[in-house]
Design a protein around this ligand. Structure first.
Ligand SMILES: [Cu+2]
Length: 255
């Protein structure tokens, strides 16, 4: 199954790069949700939903295929697991132009044959989606030393390069199974290392700092190609989660 997924994944990547030189531009929707009065077409940059951070673009059209605005467009997620249900972080959807809305979704885990994710628009229009696993770790869901539950998700570095790269992430707190609040004013300390090469670090990294609405940004200096473990420590006055050199919360980059 995993093998099959990876084949499908590579085919999707191939066809994407064949048709679209810019990965931001995706012609065919990941999913379409038809309601009685309008249709929603859902797009992501890579043409699939993946564990971790996903940019979501929603096209709203009337039944004649014309773009229309809706008075409200709001999205939430729900995962149906074997013994429980829970949601994931979802940003507000912002109007970009007529009938086009953009936001982001974070999935803490992939779906599988028994457990699936559902997107819910305006609390009533539901669609089941596939959330694929990623090769590298790009999201963390954890209990902090303060007893609160956190979700931290990296935004993909689209084309990692040797040298300094902007590293960005979103931080949320899980208030209850369905409610996630973006968090401001924390610091995400960054210590990138190459475990395959004596766990060496790199100079001139910049910790991720709060830029508002749960968004954090810093710099990661990838001094060579290969596998990097980005060790993280979440702090606000005191340490909430993470350890030096080989942290229990981390992202991965391989390039
Ligand atoms: Cu789950």
């Amino acid at each position: 199954m995993k093998y099959l997924l990876s084949i499908i994944g590579s085919l999707a990547l191939l066809s994407c790069s064949d048709q679209n030189p810019t990965p931001e531009h995706q012609e065919s929707p990941v999913a379409i949700l038809a309601t009685e009065n309008f249709d929603l077409a859902l797009f992501t940059p890579h043409g699939k939903f993946e564990t971790g951070y996903n940019t979501l673009t929603v096209h709203v059209k009337d039944k004649n295929g014309n773009f229309i605005d809706l008075p409200d467009v709001e999205v939430s997620t729900l995962m149906h697991m074997q013994h429980m249900q829970h949601g994931g972080p979802a940003s507000p959807l912002r109007r970009k132009e007529l009938g086009i809305y953009e936001g982001h979704l974070i999935f803490q885990m992939p779906s599988n044959e028994q457990e699936h994710w559902e997107l819910i628009f305006n609390g009533i229009h539901r669609i089941v989606i596939d959330v694929l696993p990623t090769k590298q770790v790009r999201t963390q869901s954890f209990l902090g030393s303060d007893g609160l539950r956190y979700v931290l998700a990296m935004q993909d570095i689209e084309k990692p390069k040797v040298g300094s790269n902007v590293l960005s992430a979103y931080l949320y707190r899980m208030q209850d199974a369905r409610t996630f609040l973006p968090l401001e004013g924390y610091t995400i300390r960054l210590d990138p290392r190459m475990p395959g090469m004596g766990n060496h670090s790199s100079p001139n990294n910049r910790d991720l700092t709060s830029k508002g609405e749960g968004y954090y940004e810093g710099l990661v200096n990838l001094t060579m190609t290969g596998y990097w473990k980005l060790n993280l420590i979440l702090e606000k006055d005191t340490r909430i989660k993470g350890e030096e050199e080989d942290s229990s919360i981390y992202f991965e980059i391989e390039f």
